[in-house]
Design a protein around this ligand. Sequence first.
Ligand SMILES: Cc1cc2nc3c(=O)[nH]c(=O)nc-3n(C[C@H](O)[C@H](O)[C@H](O)COP(=O)(O)OP(=O)(O)OC[C@H]3O[C@@H](n4cnc5c(N)ncnc54)[C@H](O)[C@@H]3O)c2cc1C
Length: 476
Amino acid sequence: MTRRPGSKLHPVALIGRERHQEAVDRLRRSYDAIAPSDTVRLAKKTSNLFRQRAAASGPGLDVSGLDGVIGIDPAGRTADVQGMCTYEHLVEETLRHGLIPFVVPQLKTITLGGAVTGLGIESTSFRNGLPHESVLEMDIFTGSGEVVTASQAGPDGEGEHADLFRTFPNSYGSLGYATRLRIRLEPVPAYAALRHVRFHEADKLAAAIAEIVDSRAWDGIRVDGMDGVAFAPGEYYLTLATWSQSPEVGGRQQEPSDYTGMDVYYRSIQEREIDVLTVHDYLWRWDTDWFWCSGAFGAQDPRIRRFWPRRWRRSDVYMKLLGLDRRFGIADRLDRRAGRPQRERVIQDVEVPVERIGDFLDWFDAEVGMRPVWLCPLVATGDWPTYPLEAGRTYINAGFWGTVHVGPDAPGAPRNRAIEAKVHELGGHKSLYSDAFYDKDTFDRLYDGPNLAAVKHRYDPDDRFITLYDKAVARR
Ligand SMILES: Cc1cc2nc3c(=O)[nH]c(=O)nc-3n(C[C@H](O)[C@H](O)[C@H](O)COP(=O)(O)OP(=O)(O)OC[C@H]3O[C@@H](n4cnc5c(N)ncnc54)[C@H](O)[C@@H]3O)c2cc1C
């Protein structure tokens, strides 16, 4: 396996304050052009939301020019970033300074604003929490058509608009749109050395995770990133990443691996105990094959992969293919023709307390039977009412993205509903980027409905934005 030539750096493209202000002015003008009786929504090209939404009726908010990095302060280790800036672009800019955001979600086109308002997670989340927890302040375009700067409470007391700041994560644009975010960055060297550690029992896996969260080390070696994959009952792996100045594996220099070519990253987890990647390739290791989901399009079959252009081995390309499949019902038609039972799409990320992950995986195997499952430990560092994980407690994010043949009940989403119920029985939480089925009372209890309503009323008194419940459950 050889490393492809060093990834090409585009010219530095910081946009600066002036151009940022022009884009905000454009956004405001587009807001003014929307009739007061119409609801306001984003006009944005990419999305990593999975739930289906009602088609937009009007022109939407013009967010063009809000997709850049405004500036980076290498000494202070912060960046000012526009709300619709993708992590792909953000990381390209910060890596020039040997810095990365505290948490970099795995899919290249996830935007900073999307990850903060719709949550995100990655392998540094066991020590850095979720992306919104390293935001220092945000400019938010509210339903009243004004931009307010909201910041976290500091040692001297409440930050400005602290209620909006705290309630914003997991509000999915129902409280406003972040136009600028100041985030913290952390230093990284050039390489990530990986250990793929196998576990046969879920309890031992959970104990190892708890130990690493406490000690930040495994077998005496520092752990900077930790995620895992459950391939099958009794086959669990933790991938432990250690930042490294040189491409060393097991004490020997080695060519960093490249999983954007013919080799597929997730398979390497079962095949090798140690590995090394550039930090750049480590951050995007899951994007190339959208975890394992590219297999559904044949992209992992060597005969097809050989001809699949490298630049199209990316999650946003598969997302578009999936959109076409849904639009034209291709998989459903093929199933009907082959006499297979109708499919239910089961695309969810859930958080379960670490000590219950074995229970969840056993139940999931018996009731849903879909594998692999991605596992990512996280510890929230603060209290966030719209996604109330217990601060300081270790949870495991379990992510599963696929279909199950359930037959004629498929439109009623029986597996998705069962997962929703199980997660809450185990004391967990469910992300809202995909289908949700809660009744209003349960939803309000889980996501602090009264607080959401009070904050929305303060910043969007005329209800120009759709409520979180209407977005997440009623699919508006
Ligand atoms: C199959 C799948 C797997 C996923 N896996 C992961 C994962 O492993 N790790 C992870 O971190 N996340 C994952 N996600 C979730 C993803 O991070 C969230 O859906 C995120 O919100 C997407 O961000 P986006 O930038 O694409 O936003 P969009 O999809 O464009 O928008 C998401 C929501 O945020 C709102 N929004 C967008 N921009 C802003 C803004 N600037 N201010 C306020 N609101 C805004 C939109 O109105 C919308 O309601 C996954 C999603 C899918 C479908």
